[in-house]
Design a protein around this ligand. Structure first.
Ligand code: MUC
Ligand code: MG
Length: 367
């Protein structure tokens, strides 16, 4: 079996309400659908979400790097030979979501060829994950109302609260309002997207000491090396590295440098092949992991749950799998459904993706 073509199709689907956080905001899902075709008629599918504020990629850069560099380098290779594929992709630095989408599309092909779900090929620990919902910036009452709607409609009881605003008191107020509204019925943790200085973060953590937060993510930049190390030393809960760990070498650097004590795994940036490496590295070091959200659509969330459910260590915590609910539409023929606070792995060979071609034609931007 040989790779015969790689399509990178830009599409845009508006959000019902924008997601806002310390490093940016997203109003429209301007993603890239990646389809890898083979000579025996199998097609692997995944999506790449451009996040210029995190990785520097744009929708146009993803389309260009796939069309101009990756497709010509991979034509004729077997999709099973993922290490050979990565050796060629790695001739280009950066571009994590473009590389990850190709990787996941290849796993989709391998699963289809073996007539097995990718999640089982990866590890097959379970077939669902508990869901954590990410609450973007809004006034406190609005964030409480959104959490209530998520709980009442989808049974979600774990919330990642976006923080990192100035002054930090507003975020403290939000977390306090959530705790007061739901008591110990919900799990709460925070993500600062590098919005605070280490000392602001330390003061905010002290002000939230009684709120039983379970994780603190990227409260300040990893480049504030000594300040962040000091913050992490005094942090009462695992300090999660997210955008500072886009590669395994960065995972090693952050953990051994004392700049993080837990790792966010995002299939959108490390695909399946490198998410495995990040997971096994973290497990080997005895470090907790959480399945993160790259503001994924349904395709991306389907990939995250396929990976997260496949292993015991990724299934312990709720995975961030629900922000596609904020989109006005999506590309899957059969939409993902969250119920009783869980999302199931899609059944079927490969990733089990079936696209709604009418919707793809409606939202694609290249024709
Ligand atoms: C998150 O966990 O930070 C926002 C920025 C980004 O890179 O991912 C999202 C969610
Ligand atoms: Mg984060």
């Amino acid at each position: 079996m040989k790779i015969t073509a790689i399509e990178a199709i830009p599409f845009a689907i508006p959000y019902r309400k924008p997601l806002k956080f310390a490093s940016g905001e997203v109003h429209t899902a301007e993603h890239v659908l990646v389809r890898v075709h083979t000579d025996d008629g199998l097609t692997g599918t995944a999506e790449a979400p451009p996040r210029p504020f995190t990785y520097g990629e744009t929708q146009a850069s993803i389309v260009a790097v796939i069309g101009q560099l990756f497709e010509p380098q991979l034509l004729g290779l077997s999709p099973v030979r993922r290490e050979a594929v990565h050796a060629r992709l790695n001739r280009t630095v950066g571009n994590p979501t473009a590389k990850a989408a190709i990787d996941m599309a290849l796993w989709d092909i391998v699963g289809q060829a073996a007539d097995l779900p990718v999640s089982e090929l990866l590890g097959g620990h379970g077939d669902f994950m508990r869901v954590s919902h990410m609450l973007g910036f809004a006034p406190p009452q609005q964030m409480v109302d959104e959490a209530r709607r998520m709980r009442d409609t989808y049974g979600i009881t774990t919330f990642k609260v976006k923080v990192g605003r100035r002054p930090y008191r507003l975020d403290v107020e939000v977390c306090r309002a959530l705790r007061e509204a739901f008591g110990d019925e919900v799990e709460l943790y925070v993500d600062g997207n590098r919005g605070w200085t280490p000392s602001e973060a330390a003061r905010a953590l002290r002000a939230m000491d009684d709120l039983d937060l379970t994780l603190a993510e990227e409260l300040c930049p990893a480049d504030d090396v000594l300040g962040r190390r000091r913050l992490v030393e005094s942090c009462p809960v695992p300090f999660v590295a997210d955008e500072s760990v886009t590669r395994t070498g960065e995972v090693t650097r952050e953990l051994l440098g004392g700049s993080a004590t837990a790792i966010s795994i995002k299939t959108a940036r490390t695909g399946f092949s490198h998410s495995q490496r990040v997971l096994f590295e973290s497990e080997g070091l005895g470090v907790e992991v959480v399945m993160g959200n790259q503001i994924d659509g349904q395709l991306g969330s389907l990939c995250s749950v396929a990976f997260g459910a496949a292993y015991e260590a990724t299934s312990r915590r709720a995975g961030e799998l629900s922000n596609f609910l904020d989109m006005t539409d999506d590309l899957l023929a059969e939409p993902l459904r969250i119920s009783e606070g869980t999302l199931r792995v899609r059944e079927g060979a490969g990733l089990g993706i079936e696209l709604d071609t009418e919707k793809l034609n409606r939202y694609r931007q290249d024709i």
